[in-house]
Design a protein around this ligand. Structure first.
Ligand code: LLP
Length: 445
């Protein structure tokens, strides 16, 4: 397929007038997601990995509209919990109706709570083509105890990690996967116990950039070696159906970051796995949705601090946790200033406004609740609307109610259409479970 869309949508590519009026109409903070861009990202992945099975890692953005859009394009779905499997199956049903299947719906069980296993094994009775990926022999035993003998994939720990921050490097972390050197034995044992062994899986980490391509090469070459060994050992049982090399494809967050060379990643992966008798599977999350989303927030406070202009906004680390948790950089644009600039005929961000160093912070009582420190932007004024870019991945998903703060609303765009897809939480929502518990009978749950 010929893909003509640009490899990254920058914050400046969003129409400031449209975004600002969305914030007026729906209030702020507000998550905005462009489904057309999600589709374009899927097609770019398809063209770099033409023969691969492409799964979307639901955890990056679990909005039903995203899952339905990608399911309709032909993507599979990789799920990290029973809740995500439920969403994945619901999206499949809404796209395919009665013909919906669990094909290409994978549940990756990481230290799975019993409740999750029970839910997923129940779902498997209805969708027998679901795949469960396990990262521990314990999980295999627990599935067997529950009568599961369906499609089984083994997550291995390849001993090599990569990614944008140590907290998201999974490939060598003890909690993930069975050490690769034990994989053949574990899989042979599972096959002999009647499981339908279909794949091996590993995920090095999240936010892998082009300068980590050597790590990726080393990783896929280890997966190739392992896949050959497993195929030899499982010859009698038909061998592997797929080798899943996870996700992790990084996207640029800073202006100066170069987009990942997806073709190079695709080529490196094919070089390592091309001769393996099994299909290649990938499961990126961020790449599909990061640049399809922005978070809109309104300025409510502007003051001179000792060495910076301190700007307060209505979104905080409860709406977008990434800066506080990983020191992640997100581009920020003052939409109000940009619109003024257009009216003055100026091409830059600022219009007539001076550019000054600003620290932009939310309403949470933590000093880590900042989106940027001393960043040079057109001087903010109270009631300005700011857009925080690349908020489509791990934005709403990691939102929480710390400080009893309700989560933002979400809208999706599709061409000219705008749809509210998630209500803004209310104070009522924040206290609901506590009120319900008070009104309920005492129970062991
Ligand atoms: N597959 C598995 C098994 C994963 O654990 C993950 C992400 C993915 C696929 C998708 O990775 P992606 O393509 O999105 O990089 N909250 C962090 C990212 C955590 C990723 C966790 N696992 C962040 O905001 O950067």
């Amino acid at each position: 397929a010929l893909v003509e869309s640009p490899p990254i949508r920058r914050l400046a590519d969003w129409d400031p007038t449209r975004l600002e009026s969305l914030a007026q109409d729906y209030g702020s903070p507000l998550y905005v997601l462009d489904l057309e861009r999600v589709r374009e990202n899927y097609r770019r992945l398809e063209s770099a990995f033409p023969d691969a099975e492409i799964l979307y890692a639901v955890k990056a953005n679990a909005l039903g509209d995203v899952l339905e859009t990608l399911r309709a394009e032909g993507a599979g779905l990789e799920c990290a919990s029973a809740g995500e499997v439920e969403r994945a199956l619901a999206a499949s049903e809404s796209v395919a109706g009665n013909g919906a299947t669990g094909a290409n719906v994978h549940y990756t069980a990481v230290n799975p709570p019993a409740r999750d296993l029970e839910w997923v094994v129940d779902a498997w009775e209805e969708y027998p083509d679901l795949t469960i990926t396990v990262g521990a022999e314990d999980t295999i035993d627990r599935l067997e105890e529950r009568g599961y003998d369906g499609r089984l994939c083994l997550r291995v720990n390849p001993g090599i990690g990569a990614g944008h921050h140590e907290k998201v490097q999974t490939g060598a972390a003890a909690k993930f996967g069975v050490p690769a050197e034990r994989a053949v034995d574990v899989l042979a044992d599972a096959a002999s116990r009647g499981f339908d062994v279909v794949g091996i899986h590993a995920h090095v980490g999240s936010g892998v950039s082009s300068d980590q391509l050597d790590d990726h090469r080393e990783f896929v070459s280890r997966m190739g070696d392992l896949a050959r060994d497993v195929n030899k050992a499982l010859e009698g049982d038909g061998g592997l159906e797929f080798v899943d090399v996870g996700g992790g494809f990084g996207v640029p967050y800073r202006e100066e970051d170069q987009p990942l060379d997806l073709e190079a990643v695709g080529d490196a992966t094919r070089d390592a796995l091309g001769d393996v008798d099994a299909r290649l599977t990938i499961e990126p999350g961020r790449y599909f949705v990061a640049d399809a989303g922005v978070l809109l927030t309104a300025v409510n406070t502007v003051k001179e601090a000792r060495d910076t202009l301190a700007v307060g906004v209505d979104a905080g680390m409860t709406a977008l946790l990434r800066p506080a948790m990983y020191d992640a950089y997100h581009p920020i644009r003052n939409l109000t200033a940009a619109i003024e600039g257009e009216q003055y005929g100026a091409s830059d961000n600022g219009g007539g406004r001076e550019t000054v160093a600003q620290t932009i912070a939310g309403p949470i009582c933590e000093s880590g609740d900042v989106f940027c420190e001393n960043r040079h932007l057109p001087v903010s004024e109270r009631t300005d609307v700011l857009a925080i870019g690349n908020a489509g991945a791990y934005g709403y998903e990691m939102a929480n109610q710390y400080n009893s703060r309700p989560r933002p609303a979400s809208i999706v765009l599709e061409g000219e259409d705008v749809r509210l897809v998630r209500q803004r939480e209310t104070l009522e929502d924040v206290t609901r479970l506590e009120r319900e518990a008070r009104d309920s009978e005492p129970s062991a749950n």
